[in-house]
Design a protein around this ligand. Sequence first.
Ligand SMILES: [Zn+2]
Length: 741
Amino acid sequence: GGSARLPGQQTDDKMRAFAEQVFASETKGEDVRDEISMFDVDDDCPIMHQEMAHHLHTEDDAEKRKRHQHCRTMNVPAAAAKASATHVTASTAVVSVEVDTPTYLEVPDFQRVAIIGDYASGVTMDDFELSCKGVYRALTIREKYMRLAYQRFPLTTSEYLREIEGGSFKTEDLVQPVFTAPPKQGEDPFDTKNLPKDLGYVARMKDGVIYVYKDAAAADKHQPKDLPCPDYDTFIDDMNFLIALIAQGPTKTYTHRRLKFLMSKFNVHEMLNEMEEMKELKLNPHRDFYNCRKVDTHIHAAACMNQKHLLRFIKRSYRVDAERVVHKLNGKEVTMKELFESLHLHPYDLTVDSLDVHAGRQTFQRFDKFNAKYNPVGASELRDLYMKTENHIGGEYFATIIKEVASDLEDAKYQYAEPRLSIYGCNPTEWHKLSSWFVKHRVFSPNLKWMIQIPRIYDIFRGRNFVPHFGKMLENIFLPVFNATIDPQSHPELSIFLQHVTGFDSVDDESKHSGHMFCTKSPKPQEWDVGKNPSYTYYIYYMYANIAVLNQLRRSRGMNTFTFRPHCGEAGAITHLLAAFMTADNISHGLNLKKSPVLQYLYFLTQIPIAMSPLSNNSLFLEYAKNPLLEFHKKGLVVSLSTDDPMQFHYTKEPLMEEYAIAAQVFKLSTCDMCEISRNSVLQSAMSHEEKSHFLGQNYLKEGPEGNDIRKTNVAQIRMAYRYETLCYELNLIKEGVKSD
Ligand SMILES: [Zn+2]
């Protein structure tokens, strides 16, 4: 130790010893964290329990606060009251809550983060205006495509767009998807008694899109019913505009800076208001993170059980069914015992290790190896037997496993999942088979909302000559659904199944390149007869176009509609995220938004929900710590947590909770963060209006704090107000930028 002592100063012996220790350890390069902690604080500087308890119980807080009121530098109007009242002036007082507001809707006083002065600081006025005009047009493009397909677009954003145009927002312009309400007590979800009558229409595909005609004569003359389909050339125009926009220098700079600002703003908000937010939650009776509703917004049915569950099921099925004929091997019927013998296996010896369905180090950046993990013990026969809807036993085991997963969710009560089942487009009978499986095994649970995933594997089907061209694949996917919509009574099982289907997903490895560029010169689907796979965007456009027409038809019949929720931005080109911006109600993954500030900012302004699965990414594409989930959440993008494939990624009986728990630990999420993400998941999900009203509060369709019922969501009203005011502030900038000349 070489600490100098000032002359005449008495140093406490203990202090000196401590100081010497610090210096000594420094020179020796030892771990000095304990010593240094006296002078330093942790980065995230958590609020201690004691401080919190004190804050909760001392009555003088309010008094003291009042005394310090004059110290405030400025007040900012809260956008909470009305969306239009957002123009920032320093003189306006903090908004006061109306007298008749129910207490649960009140937003407690909190510290607002505000910037005074020039909006465009950081970019020139010209660049500011240019960027705002581009962003404005991009927003109107998404709004148009969402409306056409009965998908969602935020009310607040629409209101600003109308203000920019000098009009006002009309509530009748607001469209919402329609999801089937859960059966009432005593009602049978498989009841076919009340299926609507045959309309007698004819559905036919033309250039990759299904049209609906009054009758066959009208179809021959191509005089379709008025169900507007997004015009192909306009779509390409819009897409080209967006491609130019996301590459435009000034817009990239502007949006990058806005996103950085949003990040800093949240950090400051958190620092100033963390304790106030927590206070709201602590004072909220009954509700906590465990009993607020959360939905697994992205999960594949074939991997919805965890590895231990699958193992137990295999062993149990063998004990009961060893002598049952379950499979056809080389044309010969075999019992389960014989099947296992042919694989040189005995189920008794199986462990989760030999089952080998879990992803690990070897699957990172190797989607091909990951896909092989769907085969238990590497045997596709077992995948057939346990994880398929079509096999020798009519998909009985798969149905049973799913119902067991559902029953676990029902026991947990507050957890829901949206599993995906596959339709491949290989032949027109797939829908019929899948819906009979669903109805026969009564695979229904109030905790499950079904989705259909379409794998982008035309190239494989064409290679095996299953389909003559891409158009046939689209027809196989969509024509049966149109026919069941037109004449439900002739397709009772499919009609029932469709009531429980809530949307379409598009799946496959996005890092595969097709080499095809989507443009006006692209061949029409019926002309696409080469072995090569079309591009992601080509798939997305045709799926969207058919869903849009289908939704209009179903809406006109009072039926439920479908949302489009593709896997997007997990890997691959940035254009995937652009195509989804135009067509998708919400997406899964979205990792690549990191690479385009313009798109990321557009996803923020339009509040497109993103189902993120950091554990899945960790095994496939991106290390956990590098996952942008926290960053997106802080900036105000709407993120939810999902498991993707519990069989491959999770260890416990509650995979969704595992996902939340790990995110909370790694990203140091607060309870308010976790509950906000849960709330996002319910909003993103295909829960019906009735369920959402029940889970989130009856005003859930309103945006901002008035749409939040803290008694049900456990999300602080301060957080809601912060999010809402922040969105309004950014939209207001766009308005100012567009209108400034
Ligand atoms: Zn997935």
